[in-house]
Design a protein around this ligand. Sequence first.
Ligand SMILES: Nc1ncnc2c1ncn2[C@@H]1O[C@H](COP(=O)(O)OP(=O)(O)OP(=O)(O)O)[C@@H](O)[C@H]1O
Ligand SMILES: Nc1nc2c(c(=O)[nH]1)N=C(CO)CN2
Length: 189
Amino acid sequence: MSDLPPHLLTAPAHPVPAVIALGSNLGDSQQILADAVAAFDSHEHIRVTAVSPLAQTAPVGGVEQPDFLNQVLLIDTTLAPWALLQFGHALEQAAARVRDIRWGPRTLDVDVIAYDDVVSDHPDLILPHPRAHERAFVLTPWSWADPNAVLAGTPVAALAAAADDAATVIQFEPGPPRAPGRDSGGHNV
Ligand SMILES: Nc1ncnc2c1ncn2[C@@H]1O[C@H](COP(=O)(O)OP(=O)(O)OP(=O)(O)O)[C@@H](O)[C@H]1O
Ligand SMILES: Nc1nc2c(c(=O)[nH]1)N=C(CO)CN2
């Protein structure tokens, strides 16, 4: 974190809308995402206004790894943008995320996709998220949560349909409950 500008550090006087993307492809991804949603919901400066269905998505970025579960949350918050990202990073830590391979597997990824109408090119917090507009694994669940959502002037549903990974995103159908003690320790999608 270096020289963050005031507009990333200043908490708004009134709640503002923001969009959060969650992803997981290591561990018990369903539980990890459910815990993350609950953590956002119980934060005193965050109100979750919509939660998308879970999306099962093929990995994007060239690293061979299991499918992801992805989900998008719409929130209203009185946290500053930087504080919101820090909260997301704290949840990643709580999920024992290890940062080693870029775009590699992770227990939990929390990205801030958009924060009110804030625009930032600071590398530690770029807003809107610099790759969200081309990622169906973000755009499709976002459009499920808010069919009228717009990103930088374009309907999110249209961006989702045009994204290279559009065909790989499906709504996740949970299987039957797993028997206790039979967890392989791997990924559970
Ligand atoms: N809008 C944003 N949301 C989350 N992280 C961001 C954002 N803009 C910049 N960053 C920075 O990107 C860094 C890397 O984030 P992260 O580990 O989540 O990347 P990644 O998930 O591997 O890849 P990608 O950024 O393509 O989603 C973070 O340390 C963070 O400071
Ligand atoms: N399907 C999918 N692919 C990814 C994801 C993700 O969440 N889902 N996250 C990445 C880095 O943020 C890289 N690739």
